[in-house]
Design a protein around this ligand. Sequence first.
Ligand SMILES: NC(=O)c1ccc[n+]([C@@H]2O[C@H](COP(=O)([O-])OP(=O)(O)OC[C@H]3O[C@@H](n4cnc5c(N)ncnc54)[C@H](OP(=O)(O)O)[C@@H]3O)[C@@H](O)[C@H]2O)c1
Length: 336
Amino acid sequence: MKAIAYTQHGLPIQADDALVEITLAEPEPGPHDLQVEVRAVSVNPVDTKVRRNAPVNEPRVLGWDAAGVVRAVGSAVSRFRPGDEVFYAGDITRPGSNSELHLVDERIAGPKPATLDFAQAAALPLTSITAWELLFDRLGVAEGGGTNQSLLIVGAAGGVGSILTQLARRLTGLTVIGTASRPESQQWVTELGAHHVIDHRRPLTEELARVGIPEVDMVASLTHTESHFAQLVEALRPQGRLVLIDDPAEPLDVRTMKPKSLSLHWEMMFARSMFQTPDMVRQHELLTRVAELVDKGVIRTTLSERFGSLNVETLRRAHALVESGRTQGKIVLEGF
Ligand SMILES: NC(=O)c1ccc[n+]([C@@H]2O[C@H](COP(=O)([O-])OP(=O)(O)OC[C@H]3O[C@@H](n4cnc5c(N)ncnc54)[C@H](OP(=O)(O)O)[C@@H]3O)[C@@H](O)[C@H]2O)c1
C-alpha cells in the first residue's frame, strides 16, 4: 500500500525530501483493531511538530485524523463491521493515517456522521476529542450547565477553537468569548457561535473590557499560551480555571495563580490511547455523540479548505499552511 512518511526529522517543509511516498505491507489488525480504507485525512499542528522534532530510524507515517471504510476487524472487535464508515484521530504511538490502509483501536473510533462526506468528517475527530475533553472533563462544565459563567477561548478560529466554540455555545449556557485577529477569522468565529470576538493582537484585558466582560470564569488557552499567560491570569475571576493544550515556548510562572486560587489543567487528547486507560472507550462514545450532533444540525464540520488528493505535494502545502499559524478551521485531503 502507498503511504506518505518522513525519513529525517527537522527538515524545513520546503526541502525536497521533507515528506516522501513509500510502499508498505498491508497492516494486519490486532484484536481490538479496525483495518480502515482511508478516504480522507486532515492535517493538525501535531503532524508538523512530530516531523520537526521526533528523530526516526525508519520512515514514519504521519496523520492523526481520518475518515474511511472498515475493511476488516480484529478478533475482539464488537462495535464495528466491515463496510462501516468511521472517523477517528488514532494513537500517536502508532503509525499515522496518511496511508491507503490504516489500523485503529475500535475504542477510539466513532461512526462517521451520515450527513457528511469523508472530507467533512475527517476535519473533526482530533479537535473534537480535544475540545470535548477540555470542556467537560478538564474544566468540569456540565452539559446544559455554565449559565452565568463565561469562557474565553484564545485561538478560537483554529482547528480546536472552531469546534470548541460550537460545543460551548450549543451544549452549555456559557457566555463564549473567542479571540481572532483578522477580519475573516473574526467573521468565522462569529458564525460558529461566539457571543463576542476579541483580538489577540491587542491586550486581552483591554479587549475584554471593551466587550463588557472584564473578568472571565474560565479560559481555554489553545495557542501561544506563553505570550498571553500574564493577561489570562489577570482576566480570570478568583477561583477561575485555565486549561491549556499547546507547548508553551517558555516556562509559565504558575505561582502567579495562587492569590486568586486559580487552577491549571492540561488537556492531552492522546493520553487515553497512549496509556491505554481503562476509560479509553469514552473517546468512542464522545465521537458517537459528535456524529449525532452533526447529523441533527446542532454543530457543523470545521472543514475550511479541500487541498485535493493526498500526495507529497498537497501534504507539503498543507503542512506549510499549518506551520504559518494562520489556518481557519481545518485543511483536508481526500483520496490517494
Ligand atoms: N493537547 C492536545 O490534546 C492538543 C490537541 C490539539 C491541538 N493541540 C495543540 O494546540 C495548538 C492549537 O491547535 P489548533 O489545531 O487549534 O491550531 P491551528 O488551527 O493551527 O490554530 C490557528 C489559529 O491560531 C490563531 N493564532 C495565531 N497566532 C495567535 C496568537 N498569537 N494568539 C492567539 N491565537 C493565535 C490564528 O488566529 P488568527 O488567524 O485570527 O490570528 C489561527 O486561527 C497547537 O499547538 C496544537 O499542537 C493540542
